[in-house]
Design a protein around this ligand. Structure first.
Ligand SMILES: [Zn+2]
Length: 321
């Protein structure tokens, strides 16, 4: 009896091990609208980081309140249709096949959770992520073809992976010339007020060494606005991409009490670092996510194929861990 049960246990364990190997697939599920409402109103690094501009531009009002924005976001969640679920499942299957073909290993700490929204809470973006969930916009689902939807999902998956593993984030950012620190950069109040928060970024911890005015400098990337919210303009109308030079102890450099911000154009060798595969250069997080999507969708004729090659090697190395 004892022996038999031991045998059963061994059999079960080996069955589990076989399952784990076979299940080298992207783990995912769809949230109900009720669950989506809970997830979207969660207080996390992203919602804690909102400044007045973040709230105003998303609510399209000059006197926004955080509680109003959370309620607004909650009201943007939608129910899935069978067709939506079918399309996303098909995209994930296409990515699973490509991961298997290229012998990549993606280390998911948790299963991915998909939610559907109108995207009004994020200035009509196509999709975004927080925690281990991906929000997909109804417009993206209604208008994108299968290839573009698969690429979009791959891009979002990359955000989840960098968020869940600092080691992966460090190794991936290194490919595009960025160093990720163990701690976050502390920003002065003037830039915190101008920052445009991106839900895909929950830690501001990276910098790149570039040449500005003939001098090599460590700079961190940030989205910001140089004007206050005024009616009629939406989130993406305000976005400016800045490079903030870091001084001693990786503290942002200030001049006359203001944080110094360079444009990308002022850094003469920026593209030598990040490559030219994508023009979606809002942040290293977005640059690496686009390259990740290109790798997982086998995009051809890219200007910087060496970046894709290095990313592939990194994801193949994961096999050995
Ligand atoms: Zn993104």
């Amino acid at each position: 009896m004892k022996l038999k049960s031991l045998f059963t246990i061994v059999l079960c364990l080996s069955a589990i091990a076989t399952f784990a190997q076979k299940a080298a697939k992207i783990p995912f599920r769809f949230a109900t609208r009720a669950e989506a409402q809970m997830l979207i109103t969660d207080i996390d690094e992203y919602t804690r980081g909102w400044n007045q501009f973040d709230i105003n531009v998303r609510l399209q009002t000059e006197q926004g309140r955080k509680s109003k924005l959370l309620a607004f976001a909650m009201n943007q969640t939608l129910n899935w249709s069978d067709k939506d679920k079918e399309r996303i499942t098909k995209s994930i299957s296409a990515l699973d096949a490509e991961i298997k073909r290229q012998k990549l290993t993606l280390n998911f700490k948790k299963e991915l959770v998909f939610i559907k929204t109108t995207m009004k809470e994020e200035g009509n973006a196509s999709a975004y992520t927080r925690s281990n969930w991906i929000a997909i916009g109804e417009n993206a689902l209604n208008t994108m073809n299968d290839t573009d939807l698969t690429s979009l999902i791959a891009h979002e998956i990359c955000h989840i992976l960098t968020r869940s593993s600092l080691d992966f984030k460090k190794a991936a950012y290194k490919i595009i010339g960025f160093t990720v620190m163990d701690r976050e950069i502390l920003f002065p109040a003037d830039i915190i007020e101008k920052r445009i928060s991106n839900p895909d970024i929950n830690r501001y911890d990276s910098y790149v060494n570039v040449t500005v005015n003939g001098q090599k400098q460590n700079c961190t990337m940030m989205l910001y606005t140089d004007s206050a919210y005024n009616a009629g303009k939406t989130l993406f109308d305000y976005i400016k991409v800045g490079l903030i030079p870091l001084g001693e102890n990786f503290t942002p450099v200030q001049q006359n009490g203001k944080t110094v911000i360079y444009s990308i154009g002022q850094a003469s060798d920026f593209f030598n670092q990040v490559g030219k595969n994508t023009d979606y250069i809002l942040n290293p997080e977005e640059i690496i996510a686009d390259n990740f999507a290109f790798l997982l969708t086998g995009k051809k004729e890219l200007q910087s194929p060496e970046i894709i090659e290095k990313l592939r090697k990194l994801l193949q190395q994961n096999n050995k861990n």
